[in-house]
Design a protein around this ligand. Structure first.
Ligand code: OXD
Ligand code: MN
Length: 630
C-alpha cells in the first residue's frame, strides 16, 4: 500500500475497522477511502463487514442519531426529510463530462472540472463531528455476469440502512474479486447529509448537489436525505450502469421484472418500464404472480434470448394509495412486523403510520414532515398540509413478501418473454397493445413513451413529457445512441421478446377513468398468452389489440368480473387524432432535443402516420375494434 494512504488509514481508523478494510485487497479502494476520510474529515470511521453485529450497529445508530424513529411494530422505523427535499432534484443533478463530450440537449451535464471542484468544496470537512460509514454492496445478484461491486461512503446511517434492505451485501464479493489481482473496478458513492436542523433533516438545501462523475464511476451527493438523491446504488448508480452497459453491449433499464403464471403452471417473465409513480410497483406486486424486481433491471443477451436480473433486492416504494383491497400483498407486508423504513408518512400517537388514500379514516393528529400535524394544518402559503407527502415511501426487502420469486438471486437471471412500456396517458393509447415487431416495439412503444410528470420529482405535476423507455431522467449516453442500443440489442435474437404498451390511465371524453386498478392483471395475462401464440389479435394502425372474447374470459376467470362489450369498445377504440398529435410531439422531441436520432425512428413514425391516415380515410376519427376485425 502507498505509504501516505497507509498512514492516513492507520491514523484515522481504529484497529478493528482498519483490519476490515485491509481484508479487501484493493489499493484503489484504500486510496479512495483515504482521500475522502481526509477530505470529509469525520471523527470516526465504521467499516461494515456484513456481520450481524455490523448490521445491528447501523440500525441502532440510525435511531440513536435521530435519523430514524421507532414505531410500535417490531422492526418498523420512520424517517422524515426536509419538506423541500422530498423528491429527486433534477435541477441539481448533473452528469459531469470532460470538455468536448456532448450528451445532447435532453441530458443535463456540467463540465467535469468545475463540477468536481464544487462538489469537493461542499464536501470539505462536511463530516466533522460525525461517523463515516463505509459499506460494500452488489448491484445485481452476487457472483454473476450481472454483478457490479459498489462501495458507499456516507455519514448517514439511514442511507446505509436503506441499502441493507435494497441491495445484496458486497463485503465477501469484494474480498473474492480482489483475491489474486487487486480489484480496481467498482462504483463509488460519496454522500453527506450535510448540516441538519433540530429535526435532523438536511438544512443547507441550497448546497444540495448530485454530481455523477461519469467516466470515473463516482457519484457525489450532498445536503440531501431523500432516498432518490442520497441512496447511491439506486438512481445514481443507474447513470453509471447505463454507460457501462453501453460499452459492454447490454442494457440498464428502469424496469420491473415479473413472472406471470400462464395455463398449466407455465411461468413467463416480463420486464416493464414505467416512469416513476405510474404503476410499476403495483404491477410488480400483482396478486398471484411472482415478483423479481420493481424498479431497475439489467438485461443481457443469452444465446438466443434476453435475460434479465433485478439490480436490487428490495423496494423503495410509493405508499400513497396503498390499501387493503387493491394491494393485499403489500398491505400484509406493511402491516406485519419485520424490517421496514417508512419515510415522510404520518406517525400516529399509537406509534403506527398513516398515509394518503390508505383506505382508513385519517387520525385527527400526528407527526409528519411538517412537525406536529393536525387536520386543517396549513403551510405558509395557506394550503392544507396533507397527512403524508404524496411521495412518501417504504423500504423493504423483497424476501419479506409472500410473492417473491424463489429464484430472485439466480446468477443466470430470467429469460424474458415480453417487454412492456407504460406511461400516464389520459387520452391516446389503448390499455394494452402488442407491437408489430422488435423495431416497431422499441420505437413506437419505447422511444415514443409519453407521460405526465408526478411528485416523484421536484417541480410541477401533470405536464406531458416524452420519456424514452421511461429512462430519460437517468440516461448518461446520448438519447439517439441509447435508442440505437435498444434496437441493436434484440435484433437477430432468435427468441427476442415481444414488445407491448400498456396504459392504466385512459379516460373518456368526460374525464372518467376507463379502467379499474386491477385490470392490469388481465392485460399481463393476455400478453402471456400472446407470447406463446395462444390467442389471436386484431391488427390496428398502431399494433395488435386483444379480441373481446379472450378478455371476457380472463376478466371472468382472473378477476371474477363481468366485462362488457361496451367497456371493451370504449377502451380499445383507436383514437386517430390523438395518435396523430402524439406522433407530431414525438417527432418534435427527437428533432429538437436529440442530436443523434437514428433515421429509422422517423421512418417508423412516418409508416405509423400513414397507417393512421389510411384508417381515418376509411373509418373516421374514432375506430371501435370490431370495425377492424377481418
Ligand atoms: C424511484 C423513482 O424512486 O423512479 O424509483 O423516482
Ligand atoms: Mn424508479
Amino acid at each position: 500500500m502507498d505509504e501516505v494512504v497507509a498512514f492516513t488509514l492507520k491514523n484515522r481508523l481504529d484497529e478493528a475497522n482498519y483490519k476490515k478494510l485491509l481484508n479487501v485487497n484493493s489499493p484503489t479502494l484504500h486510496k479512495f477511502v483515504a482521500k475522502y476520510v481526509e477530505h470529509c474529515n469525520p471523527d470516526t470511521v465504521f467499516v461494515n463487514d456484513d456481520s450481524e453485529e455490523s448490521v445491528e450497529y447501523v440500525r441502532k445508530t440510525a435511531i440513536e442519531a435521530g435519523e430514524e424513529g421507532g414505531l410500535a411494530m417490531d422492526g418498523h422505523t420512520y424517517h422524515f426529510d426536509n419538506s423541500g427535499d422530498q423528491g429527486r432534484d433534477k435541477k441539481n443533478t448533473r452528469i459531469l463530462v470532460p470538455k468536448g463530450v456532448d450528451l445532447g440537449p435532453a441530458i443535463d451535464t456540467r463540465d467535469r472540472d468545475e463540477g468536481c471542484e464544487e462538489a469537493h468544496q461542499i464536501l470539505k470537512d462536511i463530516m466533522k463531528g460525525r461517523t463515516l460509514f463505509i459499506s460494500f454492496f452488489c448491484l445485481g445478484p452476487a457472483n454473476s455476469p450481472f454483478t457490479i461491486p459498489c462501495v458507499q461512503l456516507t455519514d448517514s446511517s439511514y442511507v446505509i440502512h436503506n441499502e441493507f434492505l435494497l441491495y445484496r451485501p458486497g463485503y465477501q464479493e469484494f474480498i473474492r474479486r480482489a483475491g489474486g489481482n487487486a480489484l480496481s473496478e467498482f462504483f463509488r458513492f460519496v454522500h453527506s447529509q450535510g448540516e441538519v436542523d433540530e429535526r435532523k433533516v438536511s438544512k443547507n438545501l441550497d448546497k444540495r448537489r448530485i454530481y455523477i462523475d461519469l467516466y470515473h464511476d463516482t457519484v457525489y451527493s450532498t445536503n440531501t436525505q431523500y432516498g432518490g438523491n442520497s441512496i447511491g446504488l439506486k438512481k445514481l448508480a443507474m447513470r453509471l450502469a447505463i454507460l457501462k452497459a453501453s460499452t459492454e453491449d447490454w442494457l440498464t433499464e428502469h424496469m420491473l421484472v415479473l413472472g406471470i403464471r400462464g395455463p398449466r403452471e407455465r411461468m413467463t417473465y416480463f420486464t416493464g418500464a414505467y416512469p416513476s409513480m405510474c404503476g410499476k410497483t403495483s404491477t410488480a406486486m400483482l396478486e398471484g404472480e411472482s415478483i423479481v424486481g420493481d424498479d431497475i433491471a439489467y438485461l443481457r443477451r443469452g444465446e438466443s434470448e434476453v435475460r434479465a436480473a433485478n439490480a436490487e433486492r428490495g423496494m423503495f416504494g410509493i405508499i400513497q394509495g396503498v390499501n387493503a383491497k387493491d394491494d393485499p400483498l403489500l398491505w400484509k407486508a406493511l402491516n406485519s412486523s419485520g424490517e421496514i423504513i417508512f419515510s415522510n408518512v404520518m406517525v400516529t400517537d399509537a406509534g403506527g403510520v398513516h398515509w394518503i388514500d390508505k383506505g382508513v379514516e385519517s387520525p385527527q393528529k400526528g407527526l409528519n414532515y411538517s412537525g406536529e400535524w393536525h387536520i386543517g394544518k396549513k403551510d405558509t402559503a395557506g394550503k392544507d398540509i396533507p397527512p403524508s407527502h404524496p411521495n412518501a415511501r417504504f423500504t423493504l426487502s423483497l424476501n419479506s413478501l409472500g410473492n417473491a420469486d424463489p429464484r430472485l438471486d439466480d446468477p443466470e437471471g430470467f429469460e424474458i418473454g415480453g417487454m412492456v412500456y407504460g406511461g400516464r396517458d389520459s387520452d391516446t393509447c389503448v390499455p394494452v397493445e402488442e407491437a408489430f415487431d422488435w423495431i416497431h416495439g422499441v420505437i413506437a412503444k419505447g422511444a415514443c413513451l409519453e407521460s405526465e410528470t408526478t411528485a416523484a420529482t421536484l417541480g410541477k405535476e401533470g405536464i406531458r413529457e416524452i420519456n424514452p423507455m421511461a429512462n430519460l431522467d437517468f440516461l448518461s449516453v446520448p438519447v439517439g445512441r441509447y435508442i440505437q442500443m435498444n434496437i441493436d440489442f434484440g435484433t437477430g435474437l432468435k427468441k427476442a421478446p415481444l414488445i407491448f404498451s400498456v396504459n392504466y390511465f385512459l379516460k373518456d371524453k368526460e374525464g372518467r377513468w376507463l379502467n379499474e386498478r386491477n385490470d392490469k392483471k388481465v392485460w399481463y395475462e393476455w400478453m402471456e398468452l400472446r407470447v406463446h401464440d395462444d390467442v389471436n389479435a386484431i391488427e390496428t394502425p398502431t399494433g395488435f389489440i386483444p379480441l373481446y372474447d379472450d378478455l371476457e374470459i380472463l376478466f371472468r376467470e382472473s378477476l371474477h368480473k363481468d366485462y362488457s362489450e361496451a367497456e371493451y369498445n370504449k377502451q380499445f377504440t383507436i383514437r386517430i387524432p390523438e395518435n396523430l398529435a402524439k406522433i407530431e410531439r414525438v417527432k418534435k422531441f427527437y428533432e429538437t432535443q436529440v442530436a443523434d436520432t437514428p433515421a429509422i425512428l422517423f421512418e417508423v413514425l412516418e409508416a405509423q402516420k400513414k397507417r393512421l391516415m389510411d384508417a381515418k380515410g376509411k373509418f373516421g376519427d374514432y375506430i371501435p375494434p370490431f370495425v377492424l376485425l377481418k
